[in-house]
Design a protein around this ligand. Structure first.
Ligand SMILES: [Zn+2]
Ligand SMILES: [Zn+2]
Length: 113
């Protein structure tokens, strides 16, 4: 009997890197959790190391910058979307990771809507 090893046998080394694929994969995979005061929690699978991770985004400046309502047309951003830089924060072991870092080093931009 010769069991085929299909799982990756060695841990992914820590490396700070990004790829357009990360943003695309994460956009379809990450879900925003229950909204809490000033905080948005995103949960998903890291597009690089495939570990489940949770990212907490501080919601400052997102909904609070409207001193008055109605009247004049609001200045709209080019897209009206908000881009947040996300970094992998998994708890897995990744070789060569500095002690003060988390995750596998992957980072990408997440579009919050
Ligand atoms: Zn990762
Ligand atoms: Zn990881």
């Amino acid at each position: 009997m010769e069991p085929a090893q299909t799982e990756n046998p060695q841990p992914l080394p820590y490396q700070e890197m990004t790829s357009p694929d990360y943003a695309r994969v994460a956009a379809g995979d990450f879900r925003a959790g229950r909204p809490m005061a000033g905080v948005v929690e995103l949960k998903g699978v890291c597009p690089r190391c495939r570990a489940v991770m949770v990212v907490t985004l501080i919601d400052s400046g997102f909904k609070t910058a409207l001193p008055h309502q109605g009247g004049a047309a609001q200045p709209e951003g080019p897209t009206g979307r908000r881009i947040e830089p996300i970094m992998c924060t998994c708890a897995e072991e990744h070789p060569h990771r500095p002690d003060d870092r988390f995750g596998c080093g992957a980072y990408w931009n997440f579009e919050l809507r």
